[in-house]
Unconditional design. Sequence first.
Length: 199
Amino acid sequence: MEYVIIIISAVFVNNIVLTQFLGICPFLGVSNKVSTAMGMGAAVVFVMTLATLMTYLAQQYLLVPLHIEFMQTVTFILVIAALVQMVEIILKKISPALYQALGIFLPLITTNCAVLGVAILVVTKEFTFGGTPAMLNLPQAVVYTASMAVGFAVALIIFAGMREQMDLQGVPKPFRGVPIALITAGILAMAFMGFSGIV
């Protein structure tokens, strides 16, 4: 049951973009088309899940035993950068069109605060299960991270669909482009904050 709570909490209640406001740059930059948003969402799910798995292991078996926890951020960024390079190479070979569509935002996953934020959150924050606070174990950490990444992808795809529909509507000239996108993102964030009563 705790895995179901972790998933619902990460995807809807504590959505990384719409309630914690991390990863706004790719959220606004890659959400013009649903197809591009789906590609970016898949890349973030892959990178975030693998990065947190690797950073969790690095924290537990390298940084803590050597008492160099102060190197956490640098270590995590290096792990994330290596994984993004791997994703970039794979996408360039498998889907050149998606690689071109993501453009500069693919390398920006390296510095995406959502990826780094979740990696740090998993190894530092205590979560409450059954009334007792505890750190996440490795399977819980992987489920939590994958769910946070799926929440990012869901928000990105919903927002991209809304932006595609807005392009077809008669939006007043002063609100076209970024202004209506920000207004819509704010309304979408309020809608997701309504899920906070679930868990």
